[in-house]
Design a binder for this molecule. Structure first.
Ligand code: HEC
Length: 245
C-alpha cells in the first residue's frame, strides 16, 4: 500500500516537472489577491498593456470597480478604453481572424487563464519575465516559457531587452535557452518590473475567481458560527449529564 502511494506521489512530481519542462522551472509570483493596492495597479497595467489584444469576457467593469474599491466614474475614465457602459464585459474591437493574420495566433481570452493554465499566476509571472529578442521570429521576440510564442513583448519598454544564453552545443535553438541576460535596461529596475508583473498576475488571479474575495470573508463567519455552536453543544451536554451523575 505504502509503495503504491509513494509511486503515485513520484508520478505526480514527475508529471509536474515534465509540464514545466521546455521553459525551465516557474518562478513563484507570490501574488496576494487580498492586497487591494496590488490588484488596482495590476488592473491599470492590464487595461493599458493587455486589453487591446486580449478580452476578458467574464469580467464586468462594474464588478471590477466594486471589488477593487474604485469609483465607477474613475473606472470609466481611466480603465475602460472601449467606451462600453460600466455594466459591460471587458471586450475589445479586435477581429480574431485579423489578429491571427497579424500575430500568427489569435490572442486568447484571459478571463480564466490564471486558473486554467498549469502553474496559474506563477506561469503568467514567469511568462512575462521570459521574453527575449529573437530576430528569427516574425515580430522579433521569443519567449522561454512559451517557445515560439506569437505574442510580442508588449512590456519591453518597462523591462528592457533580454538576450538568450543557449546551452552549450545548442546555439540558436529556442528550446535550449539556458538563461536570459538584460542587455538594454528599461524604464523600470528589475525589482520594479517584477512587482509590476506580480501585480498583473495577481489581477489575473482575482479575475479568474472574483468570488475568492467574498468567499474568504464569508469563511471567517462560518468558523465563528461553528465555534459558537460547539460552545453551545458543550454547555448543553454538561447540562444533560448533570442529572445523570
Ligand atoms: C499585440 C497583441 C497582444 C498584447 C498587447 C498582449 N498579448 Fe498576450 N498574447 C497575444 C497572442 C497573439 C497570444 C497567443 C500566443 C501563442 O499562442 O503563441 C498571446 C498569449 C498570451 C498568454 C498565453 C495564454 C494561453 O492560454 O496560452 C498570456 C497569459 C498572455 N498572452 C498574457 C498577456 C498579458 C498579461 C498581456 C499584457 C501585459 C498581454 N498578453 C498583451 C497577443 C498579445
Amino acid at each position: 500500500m505504502l509503495e503504491r502511494c509513494l509511486a503515485l506521489i513520484a508520478l505526480c512530481i514527475a508529471s509536474s516537472v515534465a509540464a514545466a519542462a521546455g521553459g525551465g522551472p516557474l518562478e513563484p509570483a507570490h501574488v496576494n489577491v487580498h492586497d487591494r493596492a496590488s490588484l488596482q495597479r495590476g488592473a491599470r497595467l492590464f487595461m493599458n498593456y493587455c486589453a487591446g489584444c486580449h478580452e476578458a469576457r467574464f469580467m464586468r467593469y462594474q464588478r471590477l470597480a466594486r471589488d477593487l474599491g474604485l469609483d465607477e466614474e474613475l473606472v470609466q475614465r481611466h480603465l475602460n478604453f472601449s467606451g462600453a457602459p460600466i455594466g459591460a464585459t471587458m471586450l475589445n474591437a479586435m477581429n480574431p481572424e485579423q489578429a491571427s493574420e497579424w500575430f500568427g495566433a489569435a490572442p486568447p481570452d484571459l478571463s480564466l487563464t490564471a486558473r486554467a493554465k498549469y502553474g496559474g499566476p506563477d506561469w503568467i509571472y514567469t511568462f512575462l519575465k521570459s521574453f527575449y529578442a529573437d530576430e528569427s521570429r516574425p515580430l522579433g521576440w521569443n519567449n522561454r516559457v512559451l517557445v515560439n510564442a506569437s505574442m510580442p513583448h508588449v512590456l519591453w519598454e518597462l523591462q528592457g531587452i533580454q538576450r538568450p544564453i543557449y546551452a552549450a552545443g545548442h546555439q540558436g535553438e529556442a528550446s535550449h535557452v539556458e538563461r536570459l541576460e538584460l542587455v538594454q535596461p528599461g524604464k523600470l529596475s528589475p525589482e520594479e518590473y517584477d512587482r509590476a508583473i506580480r501585480d498583473i498576475a495577481a489581477f489575473m488571479a482575482y479575475m479568474a475567481e472574483p468570488a475568492v474575495l467574498q468567499r474568504e470573508a464569508l469563511g471567517v463567519w462560518v468558523l465563528l458560527y461553528l465555534a459558537l455552536f460547539t460552545l453551545l453543544a458543550w454547555l448543553l451536554k454538561r447540562e444533560y449529564w448533570r442529572d445523570v451523575h
